[in-house]
Design a binder for this molecule. Sequence first.
Ligand SMILES: [Zn+2]
Length: 250
Amino acid sequence: MNKREQYLMEKYSRQIMMEQIGISGQKKIFNSSVSVIGCGGLGTSAAQYLSMSGVGSLTLIDDDKVSLSNLNRQTLFTEKDIGKSKSVVLSEKIKSINNSIKIVYFKKKVTSKNIKRFVGKDKIVLDCTDNYESRLVINRFCHLEKKILISAALQNFELQAFMTSSWSKQDNPCYKCIFPELKKDTAMSCDEMGIIAPVAGLGGLIQANLAINFILKLKGNFKELILFDCLNLDLKKIKITKNKKCSECD
Ligand SMILES: [Zn+2]
């Protein structure tokens, strides 16, 4: 074993020693590539934990800049970062956690025109945005380009998350099957709705967890919506079904 391999074995030893991971599982994590769209409360914690797990490549996409009101929940941003581009700051911080990771960042908002160029060959896409319009763009793209979509949304003490693969099986739902219409709450961003710090972190962690489970081929339930009421610490999973009249995935 050379020095580099020894370093990696030690760094990821707590994962490698797990029966469900081992060296072969860790290699799957090293070879994985994930796009994180939105580098706010969800995106910062998801990207942080994916990089700590050893994910080989991350694409970070966000057109926003760090502001003071972000700092209660957007891990890795500090007061010194205010006014700087979120995707740039996040990529620098991630590099300090994992210097082997390949990172690409884009200081843009995703649109139906640019998303394919940004996401490229990444197999897994994390929707960490906070608006319905971007969510529909991401959903449509993932369906057409056969990507695994892992989505989460937050509101006050509540979070919801799910993983979809609407292209792989006829009865797998897409985002729009579950949320067919623009509801007032869904249209509002965290800044308008209010969000408490740990709930944002948990949402991103659940997304990272779903991604790792999928990479390791441990679990991949594409018909399940996770609902976590963080005030009562009540976790529910509900079955989600395809809407046969869905305009996006039919
Ligand atoms: Zn659909």
